[in-house]
Design a protein around this ligand. Sequence first.
Ligand SMILES: [Zn+2]
Ligand SMILES: [Zn+2]
Length: 378
Amino acid sequence: MPHPATWLKPLPQGLSCEPGGFFVDPVRPVDRAVVTHAHSDHARPGHRAVLASPATLALMQARLGEEACLSWQALGWGEVLRLGDVLLSLQPAGHVLGSAQVVMEYRGSRAVVSGDYKRAPDPTCAPFVPVPCDVFVTEATFALPVFRHPPAAAEIGRLLQSRALFPERTHVVGCYSLGKCQRLIALLRAAGWDRPVFLHGALAPMCRVYEAQGVRLGDLRPATVAAKAELVGSIVLAPPSAVGENWARRLAEPVVGMASGWMRVRQRAKQGGVELPLVISDHADWDELNATVDEVGAPEVWVTHGREEALIHAIGKRGVTGRALRMLGYGDEDDAGGESPPAPSPRPPPSRGGGADSSPPPLEGGGWGEGPSGRGAR
Ligand SMILES: [Zn+2]
Ligand SMILES: [Zn+2]
């Protein structure tokens, strides 16, 4: 049984599954990219062929345009695709709509790349499914014991309390456009807030994709054109970059909030001028990371990015071998850097078969469903 280290390798482009002929979440344009989710640090333009969950494809195409990659192929939860000798499937990661773990099996050994994930309930996406494996590849964004996310519903309760206390003021909450925004709306609805939720224009497109994918968000209205009077006592969502700006100051005596796992760090809230920090994260906290490692039962855990030392130390005490991959290019969307889409990279020329660079297998059609040998099923 070949150890996953012999067939799954961290390269500058991303994690390379060599016998399958693809990369997972490549940060540079490649022939075949399996994409865990649509956040900009994982889903980049310029690949020839992209394989992802149906919702991730819809979100990517809305963000990047349908021309951003040459071909797109959807893979539903649990469907198995054979690529050479590699069996590939996707399981939910619970991070944002469509977010997937990539499950790879090669000659009897199994590796799972979690992408970004969380274990806390989220009404806007399918929950994380633990998959037993030989190597579990995890993120470590909040891998310090200080990071323990409170229940999100309790944080939403604090927002509604503040709103009840200051009914004449506009509550404006900073949140990222993909995932956090829709989760906040769903949490507000679950807490009984059935009035309109007002949106900064930058947040509307992703909400439309969520709605089209069947996630009901209720009455959403543009905050930019709404009369100021209408916004008195209302809840407005805006990208983090907008809440500190003139845009937010136009609102009626705004109470500025921010929804992020980083709001655990008081200094961070203070620096951003945030009056109402809401600790709501789409990433696993310290307890979730450790529980997940135990649950999947992998003897070896690879950490792609984040604060790997504490996690590797903690799991080592439980007999699990940790390896820091220190992969570059993955920010996290809770950080300002990860959110804005990267400048489009030039797409590789569509030279099919026998260009100067003959190392990757030539692609036919969608580029999926055939082995690197060039002969293939489907
Ligand atoms: Zn993400
Ligand atoms: Zn990420």
